[in-house]
Design a protein around this ligand. Sequence first.
Ligand code: NAP
Length: 243
Amino acid sequence: MDKVVIITGASRGIGAASAKLLAQQDYKVCINYLKNDEIAHCLCDEINQTGGRAMVFKADVSQEAEVKAMFSAVKAEFGSITHLVNNVGVLFTKTSCTEISAERFMRVMQANVLSAFLCSKAFIEQHQGYGAIVNVSSAAARTGAPFEYVDYAASKGAMDSLTKGLSLELAPHNIRVNAVRPGFIETDIHADGGEPGRVQRLSSQIPLQRGGTAEEVAQSISWLLSDAASYVTGSFIDVAGGK
Ligand code: NAP
């Protein structure tokens, strides 16, 4: 069976690094994104021009109709979807908990958790008796991210619970569900929090004394998706330099 993977939020950062790596490993890759057409298409062209197979699909994965449309389009183009990486994650300006509005809290939960739930559901509805899902959680699920973004941390805690629950429900269907928990990784997400140089500033607090790269996280995602991890489900890999 062909390996077909949807990676949500794959136009940049950890999702893009995963798209490139999985394409090299003979997956047909759907690069999902929300806004930035140019970099998503550029990545897709790069993969297709270097011997891989990729397509792009612009969709807000926190909206069920858009998720369903994406799964239909990918199935029509590549066949049944065998693998899923729930990678989308957003955060907003660093602030204390009392400054976080109910509206912001819900936006974070919808983008980070509801999206993973909706994509997992769409994945399950079309599976062929085999598959693997990797959820991209965060070390923030363990630390709580106080004075920065407790909303984001709470969403990642929910991702961990979702991972566990789905892994147990889907094990009898031969679908494995695992998660990675990145620490401080050099991507553009930190600029969204208001501090592009955050990883650099905090690197001395990381036992390995440096931030991680998107490529290092992609390696763990790829392993969890692969048959090399065939007896691994409901598990978490911290990719956080010991933090
Ligand atoms: P990033 O560079 O900010 O990229 C985010 C991606 O998500 C972009 O491709 C963006 O597309 C897309 N996106 C955002 N909202 C979307 C939506 N509703 N529907 C579809 N696509 C959407 O992120 P990253 O740093 O690589 O993080 C990837 C994952 O790792 C996230 O879950 C994050 O929480 C987690 N993580 C990251 C770190 C870190 O230090 N970087 C640490 C721990 C965990 P557009 O650009 O088109 O909007």
